[in-house]
Ligand binder design. Structure first.
Ligand code: KG4
Ligand code: ZN
Length: 339
């Protein structure tokens, strides 16, 4: 018997809906909210309003593109958290209404688990290797940076995480002080390709165990720029590419140092990368280099599934559906929701 899942993602500033059948992606529609760029960051109240406007047309498009009818959907999976409460509420309420109207079960999904399970999404016409259990996943997004030990599709344990800012936040905040548009990560990535990554040196944090810290780097970057600007008002303009390259290089090194430590400690060499920052070319190159150097089997997500998307929610829903892990109409979103 085949399983068709409709996935809904609305945790931050992207409204997304996807349909998957037996893990194969039939459609994945994402409506980005351009409005936040004007403010240099996500404005929660504007995000929930935009979700309200987008959700019905986005779901409609996902179902049409999938070439199915509503009656073929076996369950609806939605992001319960973590994320912005108002945004999560839109997806959760939509899922409740849809489940009630169609008389189908509802599955709640942890957004972070969704990012990790992108590695199990199948493409209609492309064979892809999937990680074998147990594997380690470096999950790096705008809100989270953690190393997760994945024992099965639904059994996961965080073995290291940031004690302050996330890697994506470090990209975004440093980009902001350089006057680059939001979100800064992709822009820094683009400019870094044109710069010298050894031009500027930023000290790396000393944090215990497998944990991360990125707020010190952000502050060091800010003070460094402030000092340089005192003697040269055009310092940022003249050194933008080198600043981006050096910043990216430092963030990637911080991320990889702990990942190597985790691989060594656990003896696991199946290593996956997930989350918005997994789109970063410097990080992807470093993962490939490490795979050669340490004999890791590395799994990089396709670009379309690095940042927030509903296909990752649908695939998590697929495995929970098999386990009959359903929720009732009394379910409420959770702004904080760890693995
Ligand atoms: O996973 P995601 O879409 O949302 C969260 O769950 O947070 O991640 C968004 C983050 C942002 O901080 C963004 O700047 C970063 O991912 N990002 C990148 C790149 N593309 C997106 N960071 C560095 N390089 C990129 N190419
Ligand atoms: Zn995310």
């Amino acid at each position: 018997m085949s399983i068709t899942i409709l996935g809904i993602e609305s945790s931050c500033d992207d409204t997304s809906a996807a349909v998957i059948k037996d893990g194969v992606i039939l459609s994945n529609v994402i409506a980005n909210q351009a409005i936040h760029a004007e403010y240099g960051g996500v404005v929660p109240e504007l995000a929930s309003r935009a979700h309200q406007q987008n959700i019905v047309p986005v779901v409609d498009t996902a179902i049409t593109r999938a070439g199915i009818t509503n009656s073929e959907i076996d369950a609806i999976a939605f992001t319960r958290g973590p994320g912005l409460l108002g945004s999560l509420l839109v997806g959760t309420s939509f899922a409740k209404g849809f489940a009630l109207a169609k008389n189908i079960p509802m599955v709640e999904v942890n957004h972070l688990q969704g990012h990790i399970l992108v590695h199990f999404l199948k493409d209609k016409d492309k064979e892809k290797k999937q990680p074998e259990f147990p594997f380690l996943c470096l999950l790096v997004s705008g809100g989270h940076s953690q190393i997760v030990l994945v024992k099965s599709h639904l059994e996961m344990k965080t073995i290291g995480e940031t004690i302050d800012d996330a890697a994506g936040e470090a990209f975004d905040k440093c980009a902001k002080v350089m006057g680059l548009p939001y979100p800064g990560g992709p822009v820094v990535d683009k400019l870094a390709k044109l710069g010298d990554r050894n031009k500027f040196k930023f000290t790396k944090p000393r944090v215990k165990d497998l944990n991360y810290s990125f707020s010190g780097l952000k502050t060091a970057f800010l003070y460094f720029l402030r000092d340089e600007l005192k003697t040269n008002k055009n310092f940022i303009e003249e050194n933008k590419n080198d600043l981006c390259a050096s910043l990216q290089h430092t963030i990637v090194e911080i991320l990889l140092d702990k990942l190597k430590k985790a691989a060594k400690q656990t003896g696991i060499n199946e290593i996956a990368l997930s989350g918005g920052v997994s789109a970063n070319s410097g990080l992807r190159d470093a993962m490939i280099r490490s795979s050669k150097h340490f004999g890791w089997n590395v799994y990089l997500p396709e670009f379309a599934y690095t940042t927030d998307n509903a296909a990752m929610i649908a695939i998590t829903g697929h495995y929970k559906y098999i386990n009959k892990e359903f929720v009732g109409q009394d379910i409420v979103p959770k702004a904080r929701f760890s693995i």
